[in-house]
Design a protein around this ligand. Structure first.
Ligand SMILES: NC(=O)C1=CN([C@@H]2O[C@H](COP(=O)(O)OP(=O)(O)OC[C@H]3O[C@@H](n4cnc5c(N)ncnc54)[C@H](O)[C@@H]3O)[C@@H](O)[C@H]2O)C=CC1
Ligand SMILES: O=C(O)C(=O)COP(=O)(O)O
Length: 410
């Protein structure tokens, strides 16, 4: 596998308008071949570009399927410049020896702020009033308008975003209930609901902050919407797969829900020039936003630096710390030795076969690091060798059956 290159030959492909801070981070680390695209690529073009790329950066839109990953023969690593990694087949990437990195925190505050603002807007009926004023109407009335203070906010998924939403909402005097599949420390005066149904039945505003998993797909369907209180409000800034959008449209149309704010959709446009369609279009009591929960300049700049730094660190040093699909190794610098990486299927006898390469070559190992999971093993070997020797050792390691990827770090 030809994945050993000097830095200047490593091609970095960044899609979906990733922040320029990522480009700067790569450039400062000595990577000159960095290409930035403002949107997701159509599948055929993505396939062609992936075949040439060593490092690829995406956001939530680009789907990296097993078929696409399998033909990306040069790929060293994937960066998701966002939180969600559901758009990448993580198991396929692992089987192919490709670690995937993300930014688990950088945009969480941005989502939380938007959600709290939307809760206030929905409780006051602002979306409808705003539309009416734009059309020359004037409905000065307190009808259907409520304070946030004292209302029950139901948070489904009490993780990094859900907890921050809870803290901000409590500062407004809201009463916070949450539901999570894991036992979670309740912050402030928040309380765990007895069940999802309990939360849906008690909350004035329900907000969703779960990841896309088999268990969360269509988690909020007609039955769950019917359980929500008459006149309740729903906010979804998690994933479009979590809510049955037709059932939501029906619940809004028949007036069971008083309003909704939706940032994520089952089908989203590829980029800013593409057309958006949804059964919720045209409903004045629904705030529609184009998946911008995490799209603030602060969040995007930080994400660009965070994920690019993780990719640079892996590419320069081999560290996989915080990879979401891969054995994690935090490695020291290797100023006086050459570093070889060997990623393999985790089968018995692999380490001794790797070590045979070095003993047969009469090469002294300065340091060795190994981390495995059920499927994949990752060995890092520091040796005193010149470029030619290191390349020969890499080629011999690459010939070991079960090898997935090998690389010499320059
Ligand atoms: N609209 C946007 O622009 C953004 C959307 N997101 C979405 O928000 C999601 C949540 O983000 P974080 O809070 O940072 O993730 P997190 O991983 O910190 O929290 C998710 C929580 O959901 C819980 N959970 C998982 N499955 C569940 C289930 N079936 N029922 C109940 N709880 C369940 C987990 O235990 C965890 O506590 C992300 O996975 C992403 O899909 C994230 C950032 C921006
Ligand atoms: O961080 C996430 O999971 C998000 O949903 C944000 O995605 P984006 O980078 O805006 O495409």
């Amino acid at each position: 596998m030809k994945t050993s290159f000097p830095k200047q030959d490593i091609r970095v492909l960044l899609l979906e308008g990733i922040s320029r801070s990522a480009v700067e981070t790569f450039r400062q680390a000595g990577y000159s071949q960095v290409e930035l695209h403002p949107k997701a690529l159509p599948e055929a073009e993505l396939k062609a570009r992936l075949a040439e790329a060593h490092i690829v950066g995406i956001r939530s839109r680009t789907q990296l399927t097993p078929a696409l990953l399998e033909q990306a023969r040069r790929l060293i690593a994937v960066g998701c410049f966002c939180i969600g990694t559901n758009q990448v087949d993580l198991a396929a990437a692992r089987r192919l020896g490709v670690p995937v990195f993300n930014a688990p925190y950088s945009n969480t505050r941005s989502v939380a702020e938007l959600v709290v603002a939307e809760a206030i807007m929905l409780l006051r009926g602002i979306p409808q009033k705003n539309v009416l004023c734009h059309r020359g109407g004037w409905t000065k009335s307190a009808e259907g308008s409520y304070e946030a203070r004292g209302k029950v906010l139901g948070i489904v998924g009490y993780g990094h975003i859900g907890t921050q939403v809870g803290v901000l909402a409590e500062s407004l005097g809201m009463r916070v209930l949450f539901h999570d599949i894991e036992a979670k420390l309740a912050l402030g005066n928040a309380r765990a609901a007895a069940s999802l149904d309990d939360l849906l039945e008690c909350a004035d505003v329900v907000t969703l902050h779960v990841p896309d998993t088999p268990a969360t797909r269509m988690m909020i369907g007609a039955e769950q919407l019917a359980r929500m209180r008459q006149g309740a409000l729903l906010i979804n800034a998690s994933r479009g797969t979590v809510v049955d959008i037709d059932a939501l449209a029906a619940a809004l149309l028949r007036g069971h829900l008083a309003g909704a704010a939706v940032d994520v959709f089952p089908i989203e446009p590829k980029g800013n020039d593409d057309r958006f369609a949804s059964p919720l279009v045209g409903m004045d009591n629904v705030i529609l936003t184009p998946h911008i929960g995490g799209s603030t300049l602060e969040a995007q700049e930080n994400i660009g630096i965070e994920v690019a730094s993780k990719l640079v660190r892996y590419s320069d040093n081999g560290s996989t710390l915080s990879a979401v699909n891969f054995p994690e190794v935090a490695l020291p610098e290797h100023p006086h030795s050459r570093r070889l990486l060997h990623i393999h299927r985790n089968v018995p006898g692999m380490l001794s076969r790797i070590n045979e390469v070095f003993s047969a070559g009469n090469v002294n190992i300065d340091a060795q690091f190994l981390q495995t999971d059920a499927e994949v093993g990752y060995v890092v070997i520091d040796v005193a060798a010149d470029v030619v020797q290191a390349q020969a050792l890499k080629d011999r390691m690459a010939a070991i059956p079960g090898t997935l990827r090998t690389r010499v770090l320059y």
